[in-house]
Design a protein around this ligand. Sequence first.
Ligand SMILES: Cc1cc2nc3c(=O)[nH]c(=O)nc-3n(C[C@H](O)[C@H](O)[C@H](O)COP(=O)(O)OP(=O)(O)OC[C@H]3O[C@@H](n4cnc5c(N)ncnc54)[C@H](O)[C@@H]3O)c2cc1C
Length: 431
Amino acid sequence: MAYGMDQRHLPTPSLDSAIDWVAEHLGDLFQHESDRPLARPDAPPSAVDQQPIRGGQEAADQALALTSLTGYARFRNEVLPVNRRGATRLSPYIRHGLLTLERVWQSCADASEQDRVSFRQELLWQEYSRHFYARMGTATGDAMRYRLPDQAVGASDGWPEGMACVDQAVAELQETGWLTNQQRMWLASHWSVRLGWDWRRGEDLFFAQLLDGSRAANRIGWQWTAGALTGKPYGFSQWQVKKRAPQLCRTCAWESACPIEQWPDDRDAIVRDDVDPRLRQDFDLGHTMGPTATQMVDAREPKAVWITAESLGDDDPAMSAHPDLPVHFMWDVPLLRRLRLSPNRARFLAECLADLSGRRELHVWRGDPNAQWLNEPVATTFAPVPGWRGRAGVLDITRVHPWPWLTQPHAGPIQSFTAWRKKIRGRGSQP
Ligand SMILES: Cc1cc2nc3c(=O)[nH]c(=O)nc-3n(C[C@H](O)[C@H](O)[C@H](O)COP(=O)(O)OP(=O)(O)OC[C@H]3O[C@@H](n4cnc5c(N)ncnc54)[C@H](O)[C@@H]3O)c2cc1C
C-alpha cells in the first residue's frame, strides 16, 4: 500500500473512548469544548435533560426501534417542555447513511394515517434537499431564487440580545448538537430576517454544530427561512415562543419588554432576473443521480471498500455488496481544518467508526483525500455531493454502487418543494 507523506493510518477508535481518541488524533482539526463560538459567555445552560445522540449502527437501529410516531403530526413542532416534543431525533443517523430514507419510510407503515403522512412528508423534504444539492451543487451557497436585501455579515458570531428563547436554543445546539425544526427556524429567522445578517454565515455556524449538519438540508432550511427560496421570509416573534415553549417567556429577562413582540418588518425580496435555468430543468440528469446500477469500471475484483461520511451504515451498498473486504475511511484534513466542526460532531463520527470496526476490518486514515492514498482497486458508493467526484478521481475505483435514493431524481423543476413533488414517481409521491 503506497501513500503520500501526509496520509496517516490511525488506530481504530473504540466506543467508550471516542472523545479521547478524537483529542489524540484529530484534536487540531475540530473545535474544543472550551470554544463557544455561538453562545454568549454568560448564557444559561439549555435546561434540556436528554441522552446524547450516540453514533453507530447499533445506536441508530435502537433509536429507530424505539421511535413512536403516535402524535407526531400534532407534536412535531413542540419545543418545551422536552416531553411534549414529537420529533424523532433520527436526523443524525439519516444524514450519515446509518438509516436509509427507504428504511425509515417503511418503518412507519403501521402509524396512524395522519402521523404517517406527516412524517413521510418530512422524509420527502430530506429527499428534496438531496436532489436539490445533487443538481445545483456549490451554487446552493448563494441565494437561489430571490435576491435578498443587502445583508450585513454578522458583526459577532452570536445572538446578542440575551432573550431566553434564543439563548436556550443556542445553548441546546452547543450542548447536544441537535435542535427541533422549530428552534432552527427561530434562530435562522432571528439572524437573517430580523437582524438582517448574512444567512450564509449563520448556515456555517449551524453546520459546524449540528450532528445532522448537511449542506443539502441546512442550506435549504436557511434559504427557505430567509426567503431566498420562496420570496417570503419566515417571521419569528414572541407568538411562536408562547405557543411552543411558553415557560421561556415566563423566565425571560425581557418578558415585559419583549424585543420580538411584533413580527419583523417586511423586507422586500426581489425576484431574481437571472434565475439559474437548472432550477427548472436538469440538463445532466445522469450526473445528478449517479449510476442507477452497479458500474463495472473494469473487470478486476475490488480489494477494499472506500466509505465516506455520507454512507457510514451497514446498508451502504458497496459495503453490503462486498461483506468480506476491508473498509477504508479518510478524515479529510484540509476540509476539517476549514470547517472547524464541533467536538460533538467529531465524537459522533468517531463512534460510528468504532461501532463499524466491531463488524468489519476497518482502516482509518487522516490526510488529504484529494491526493493519492490507496493504490488497490476499490468499490465504493456514489455520493450525491459535489466533493465526491474529486475524491473518487484519485482512487483506483473498479466498482461504483448506486446511491440509495428514496425516489429517483427527475429532470423537472425543483425551485419549490411543491413543484419538485409533482414530478416524483413511485412511492415517494404517495405518503
Ligand atoms: C435553518 C434550518 C437548518 C436545517 N439544517 C438541517 C441539517 O443540516 N440537516 C438536516 O438533516 N436537517 C436540517 N433541517 C431540517 C430539520 O430541521 C431537521 O431535519 C429536523 O429538525 C431533524 O429532527 P428529527 O430527526 O427529529 O426530525 P423529524 O421531524 O423526526 O423528521 C424525520 C426526518 O425527516 C427529515 N426532515 C424533517 N424535517 C425536515 C426538513 N425541514 N428538511 C429536510 N429534512 C427534514 C430529517 O431527516 C428527519 O430526521 C434544517 C431546518 C432549518 C429550518
